[in-house]
Design a protein around this ligand. Structure first.
Ligand code: ASP
Length: 305
């Protein structure tokens, strides 16, 4: 038997002072939901699914309702979930009518011989397996419409990398967990980047890029500028570094240094291994996180290193 651990993140960027409370409350609520799943005897997959669903339902984050809009003014969502015991995974990309993409990812992981579905096919598969579809307009907030209009006005003046600076909003969400059976899992969910090209998929939902879990090494979820993370297969790179001698606490900052040194990338990562050891690191000004263990819970927007 293992001592369960749940670690959640709610993005890494220059979270403004007036948004700190919403981010801290959001990750705390998510950690509470995931932890209740573990307390009820749920597995690591249950914990990360419940935690991420809470974050998708929270307008604060770039996941589910309240996500950034793409160039067409639509919400287009990506999510992945992975089981460290079996290496089974489920992912969706570019879905427009699923309120909780992480639940669709779980259905794919559990029921499909395939791993990844996109667009209409993903929506159809989810609906056939009990996920209720919504209208895209239900996922769009007036706040995001306003932000999108401003981005469109400025975009002809702005080179793409400036949209992706470490101070720009990266509110992707994710969770990693260790359950009482000693199994680990990870999940990541996102609306991607502001004013992205329709059809663009970032790192978050790609296996090994924004999310990975293997009982032999560790579980990881990332947030930040997606393209450099994809080039480095970043989550897999990070989990591969975790060994008995090399803890997640050491690997997390090393991974972020690697991302920055190799591609000038930025963002954040959370890690957990089967020993219950955790790592959190980011090279953005802030990162929203929450941690639960028996008799311990903590949360913040800056990890006390
Ligand atoms: N990594 C995400 C993406 O590129 C964005 C984020 O983390 O905010 O889609």
């Amino acid at each position: 038997m293992a001592n369960p651990v749940l670690l959640v993140h709610g993005g890494a960027w220059a979270i403004p002072d007036d948004m700190v409370e919403a981010h801290t409350n959001g990750v705390n609520n998510a950690a509470g939901a995931g932890w209740r799943a573990l307390e009820k005897g749920g597995c690591a997959l249950d914990a990360v699914e419940e935690a991420v669903a809470v974050l998708e339902n929270d307008d604060t984050f770039d996941a589910g309702r309240g996500s950034f809009l793409n160039r067409d003014g639509k919400v287009q969502l990506d999510a992945l979930m992975m089981c460290g015991a079996t290496l089974r995974a489920g992912g969706v990309g570019c879905v427009e009518r699923i309120k909780n993409p992480v639940r669709a990812a779980r259905v794919i992981l559990e029921k499909s011989p395939h791993i990844y579905f996109v667009g209409e096919g993903a929506e159809r598969y989810a609906e056939e397996h009990g996920v209720t579809l919504c209208d895209n307009a239900d996922l769009v907030l007036p706040r995001e419409l306003e932000r999108w209009k401003q981005a469109k006005e400025q975009s002809y003046l702005t080179v793409p990398s400036e949209f992706c600076g470490p101070t720009n909003s990266h509110d992707t969400v994710g969770a990693v967990a260790l359950d009482a059976e000693g199994n680990i899992a990870a999940a990541t969910s996102t609306g991607g980047t502001l004013n992205k090209a329709p059809g663009r998929v970032g790192d978050s939902s790609l296996i090994g890029c924004g999310c990975y879990a293997d009982n032999d090494t560790a579980a990881a979820s990332t947030t930040g500028w997606g393209e450099p993370m994809m080039k480095l297969v970043f989550a897999k790179w990070a989990t591969d570094q975790v060994t008995w001698e090399h803890s997640p606490e050491e690997v997390a900052p090393e991974s972020i240094r690697h991302l920055h040194r190799r591609l000038n990338g930025h963002g954040g990562i959370i890690l957990v291994d089967r020993q219950g050891r955790v790592g959190i690191a980011h090279n953005t000004p802030r990162m929203a996180w929450a941690l639960r263990r028996h008799e311990h819970s903590s949360a913040g927007v800056k990890f006390p290193n």
